[in-house]
Every structure is written in structure tokens, then in C-alpha cells.
Design a protein around this ligand. Structure first.
Ligand code: NAD
Length: 255
């Protein structure tokens, strides 16, 4: 087990990609802090699955768009487990609105949940990792849209573009502490965030036919990459993004 005894925080950890990451890190031996904002029962069920794997786990309710709540999240991890080795900034939302009609409320929601949370999540986790010593891993769940424009989803693309530079810049700043910062850029993944597309057979067919591998990713196919990046095999990777997108970025401009 690659991550035996490590302590990982996963934000937005009780559904979709976050849930798959929680389970995969736990399979690799990590103790887990599941951050969530809704569905405490899903968090408790997931925590039971982690415990059944032989690892320790707590759920912490924290809205990561609020720095004070992020501070509580990191403090809860340290109180329970004494340290933080892996921070996965995964929580994210989108509004599917264009630059012409995105409201201030929508803009701030997307930027605060997607980017501000990752910025301060990185800061707070890194401060703890420096204090405890021995380095650490910060993994930002970005998107192909950190590079790839998506008309009709402007604020989301902006937030992920910001995450791209957070990963690169924080990766350089934190390298002397052996804290590695890596982005993961999924393509289309079958999770609740894509319910609209998945429930529309025409849209789903169009999407699948644009993906060279012919289908959306399963959340587990993103989680396995995150577990690799959290482990010893990725000890020389920092300040960059790894894409897991079924080839779509190379083939379908303007989907
Ligand atoms: N599904 C995809 O196709 C896809 C592709 C690329 C990137 N991503 C990214 O993956 C991440 C996870 O998304 P997902 O696809 O699993 O969707 P999801 O909707 O299942 O997960 C998002 C999670 O974030 C949580 N969240 C929302 N606001 C929060 C807040 N203020 N504080 C804490 N948690 C909050 C939600 O409750 C949910 O658990 C997101 O950052 C998303 O942008 C998803």
C-alpha cells in the first residue's frame, strides 16, 4: 500500500470524482478527511466504506469558499490525525453561462468555490506541511478547460485557468519544502456535475462521438491518477497538470 499512514483531505469528497478519490486513497492505505457541504448521510456511508478498508476517516462539514471554514477543515484534520500529507482541492461547480449573461452572484460562486478554495486550501495545507516537516502533496482537480475554451461556460473556464497558474506558481514557491503541487485535468467524467448531458441522449451521443476513446471517463479513472500523484512514484512531478481526457483536447476544438 503506497500511502500507508498518510493523511489526506479531499474537498467536495462525498460525490463524483471526490468520492472515487476518497476510496482509492483509502485503498492505498491513507487515513481520510472527507470535506462536504451537503448530504451528511452520504459522507457517513462513505466514511464507513473507508473504515471497512482498515483506514481511519472523519467527515467535516466545511464550505471551502470561506477561508474560515477551510481553516476549520485543516484544523480538524490535524486534531484527529496530527498531520496533513495530501490535500486534494476537488470541490467545484459550474453555471453554464456565457460572458454575456453571467451575473455577479454566479461569477463569485464559481470563482470562490473553484479557485479561491484551491488557493487558500493550498496555502493552509502547505503551512501545516511546512510546520510538520517532510514535504507533502497538493493535487488540484482542474479540467481540460484550464486550457481549452468552452463557450457558454466562461466563469468555469476562468476558474480552471486560474487553477492552472496556481498549480504552476505555488509549485515553484513550495518546491524548496518538497511540497509538490500538481493539477489533474479530467475531460468529461460521468458524475452529477454532468447530469444534464448524461440525461439527454442526443447531447450524450454528440459528446461521446467527439471523444477519441468514445465515452466519458468513470470517476475511478481520475482517482487512480490522483492516487499515483499522491504516491512515491510521482516524487519528481510538480508545477504541472496531467490530463486524463480520452484524447479530446487533441481532437475536438470547439465542441
Ligand atoms: N465531471 C466532469 O466531467 C469533470 C471534468 C473536469 C473537471 N471536473 C472537476 O472535478 C471536480 C469534482 O466534480 P464532479 O464531477 O465530481 O462533480 P460533483 O458535483 O459530484 O462534485 C462536486 C463536489 O463539490 C462539492 N461542493 C460544491 N460546493 C462546495 C463548497 N462550497 N464547499 C465544499 N464542497 C463543495 C459538492 O457538494 C460536490 O460534492 C470539480 O472541481 C469539477 O470542476 C469534473
Amino acid at each position: 500500500m503506497n500511502l500507508k499512514g498518510k493523511v489526506a483531505i479531499v474537498t467536495g469528497g462525498n460525490s463524483g470524482i471526490g468520492m472515487a478519490i476518497v476510496l482509492e486513497l483509502a485503498r492505498q492505505g491513507a487515513n481520510i478527511v472527507i470535506d462536504y457541504v451537503v448530504h451528511p448521510e452520504a459522507t457517513e456511508e462513505l466514511a464507513s466504506q473507508v473504515r471497512a478498508l482498515g483506514d481511519r476517516c472523519i467527515g467535516v462539514k466545511a464550505d471551502v469558499s470561506q477561508v474560515a471554514e477551510l481553516q476549520n477543515l485543516v484544523a480538524a484534520a490535524v486534531k484527529e490525525f496530527g498531520r496533513v500529507d495530501i490535500m486534494v482541492n476537488n470541490a467545484g461547480v459550474e453555471t453554464r453561462t456565457s460572458v454575456l449573461d453571467t451575473t455577479e452572484v454566479q461569477y463569485e460562486k464559481v470563482m470562490n468555490i473553484n479557485l479561491k478554495s484551491a488557493f487558500f486550501g493550498t496555502q493552509l495545507a502547505a503551512q501545516q506541511m511546512i510546520q510538520q516537516g517532510g514535504g507533502g502533496r497538493i493535487i488540484n482537480i482542474s479540467s481540460v478547460h484550464e486550457d481549452w475554451p468552452m463557450p457558454g461556460n466562461t466563469a468555469y473556464c476562468l476558474s480552471k485557468g486560474g487553477m492552472r497558474m496556481l498549480t504552476r506558481t505555488a509549485g515553484l514557491e513550495l518546491a524548496p519544502h518538497n511540497i509538490l503541487v500538481v493539477g489533474v485535468g479530467p475531460g468529461a467524467v460521468a458524475t452529477p456535475i454532468n447530469a444534464g448531458t448524461m440525461n439527454d441522449p442526443e447531447l450524450l451521443k454528440k459528446l461521446n462521438s467527439a471523444i477519441p476513446l468514445g465515452r466519458m471517463a468513470k470517476p475511478e479513472e481520475i482517482a487512480s491518477l490522483v492516487a499515483f500523484l499522491a504516491g512515491d512514484g510521482a516524487s519528481y512531478m510538480t508545477a504541472t497538470t496531467i490530463f486524463a481526457d480520452g484524447g479530446i483536447m487533441q481532437s475536438s476544438p470547439g465542441l
